[in-house]
Structures are given as C-alpha cells and as structure tokens.
Design a protein around this ligand. Structure first.
Ligand SMILES: Nc1ncnc2c1ncn2[C@@H]1O[C@H](COP(=O)(O)OP(=O)(O)O)[C@@H](O)[C@H]1O
Ligand SMILES: O=C(O)C1=C[C@@H](OP(=O)(O)O)[C@@H](O)[C@H](O)C1
Ligand SMILES: [Mg+2]
Length: 170
C-alpha cells in the first residue's frame, strides 16, 4: 500500500499505449460499492475471495498494465497465478516512506482508516515483514522511490532482454 502502483500503472499504460486495469477498481465494479464499504459489510476474508476471483476472471488484453492492491499477491495462489500470466513487478519502499504517503489516503484503505501516523508505520512494517515472502517472488523488484514511467519502462526492457527471460518482449 502506498508505493504508487495505481499512480504509476496509469502513467506506464499511457506511455506504452497498453490497456490499464486496476484490480481494486474492477472489484468495486463487481461489488457495486467502494472497497471500504465492502470490507465493512462483508469483512476481509470475503474481500480476499472476491479479489482472487476478480484477478483470475477479469478480461484483459495481452498488452495490459495491471495494478493490484498490496494484499493481492499474498492470498491463495494469486502470486503464482500472476507469475504465469505476465511480468510481475514489486515496487519496494521502506515503511517510513510508505507511512508518510499513506497518511493522506488512509480513509480509502480499510486496513488503515482507524490508525494514527504511528499506528500506520507499525502496521506497514509488520505487513511488509509478513508479506515479503510473496513480494520477493516478483520477477522484477524495483525501488518505488522517485520512480517515473520512463524509468520503469527502461527497467522492464532491461529485464525482458536479459539472458534468461522467458517472457516475450514488449
Ligand atoms: N512517485 C510518487 N512520488 C510521490 N508520491 C506519490 C508517487 N506515486 C504515488 N504517490 C502518492 O502516494 C499515494 C499512494 O499512491 P497510489 O498510487 O495510490 O499507491 P498504491 O496503489 O500502491 O497504494 C498517493 O497519495 C499518491 O498521490
Ligand atoms: O494491502 C492491502 O491489503 C490492501 C491494499 C489496497 O490497495 P493499494 O495497495 O492499491 O493501496 C486495497 O486493495 C485494500 O485496501 C487492501
Ligand atoms: Mg492502488
């Protein structure tokens, strides 16, 4: 949460003229309500089921940039599934930098909405620790700090032209 997936996916899709999808928006369309309301009405376990089902059944073109929510890779076999579909990227950032960015947007994130700044920092640190097992399965790991679409495109092209890449070039 907060590393800039939603923001950068939009810019990257526009730069590459690729389709853009944000898994959270697709979930909101299916649920007919914002994620915060879905969490409040049905709880996190139901959200994770809907998230996994949406991830695996939404229509997307071969040329697509897809931003997921930060928890999506860490439930069910979602990460393995994504790794079979395309190039997965983890935008890594330190907890303090994430917490600073998330203070403003916490109302939209049900897991953070009731926490103060110190609470967000603690929660993010704990989640990163729990989730790194999945995040480190990403095929490309980049720093999310000061990352713009041009730099991201360059990093992706370098990865795809690498000697052991099994993914078709852009
Ligand atoms: N490169 C960046 N530099 C500074 N702030 C950013 C950057 N990218 C995103 N943000 C801000 O950080 C917050 C989280 O961004 P968002 O794209 O929603 O992240 P995610 O989808 O990973 O949770 C937003 O307030 C956004 O404006
Ligand atoms: O990390 C998480 O568990 C979540 C991240 C959110 O997406 P972003 O990572 O885009 O904020 C959203 O899916 C939901 O609030 C849960
Ligand atoms: Mg997002």
């Amino acid at each position: 949460m907060g590393c800039g997936k939603t923001t950068l996916a939009k810019k990257l899709a526009s730069r590459l003229s690729y389709q853009l999808l944000d898994l959270d928006l697709e979930i909101e369309k299916r649920a007919g309500m914002p994620i915060g309301a879905y969490f409040a009405a049905h709880g996190e376990d139901a959200f994770r089921l809907l998230e996994s089902e949406t991830l695996k059944t939404m229509d997307y073109m071969a040329d697509a940039v897809i931003a997921t929510g930060g928890g999506a890779p860490c439930h069910f076999d979602n990460m393995e599934w994504m790794n079979q579909q395309g190039l997965t990227i983890y935008m890594e950032m330190a907890p303090a930098a994430l917490a600073r960015r998330l203070e403003k947007g916490k109302a939209k994130r049900p897991l953070l909405k009731d926490l103060d700044q110190a609470g967000i920092l603690h929660f993010i640190g704990q989640k990163l620790q729990e989730r790194k097992l999945w995040y480190h399965q990403a095929q490309l790991i980049v720093s999310g700090v000061n990352l713009d679409a041009a730099s991201m495109e360059k990093l992706i092209r370098e990865k795809l032209s690498g000697p052991r890449s099994e993914i078709a070039p852009l």
